[in-house]
Write a protein of this length. Structure first.
Length: 58
């Protein structure tokens, strides 16, 4: 894993955010970069999407 991937992964381990926006805010990185990294980690099976089957706004 790259440093960026490791940082994103570490934040998500501590805070299971649904949104790349919150991770980007926490790491002070561009949202698009964090979203792309989350997608890569998910595609490789390292990250399981936290909120894909869950809608808390119903």
């Amino acid at each position: 894993m790259s440093d960026l991937e490791q940082n994103v992964f570490n934040v998500l381990q501590r805070h299971p955010f649904c949104s790349a926006v919150l991770v980007a805010y926490k790491l002070e990185l561009p949202i698009a970069k964090v979203q792309a990294t989350m997608n890569q980690l998910t595609d490789r099976g390292i990250l399981i999407p936290q909120c894909s089957n869950h809608n808390s706004f119903r």
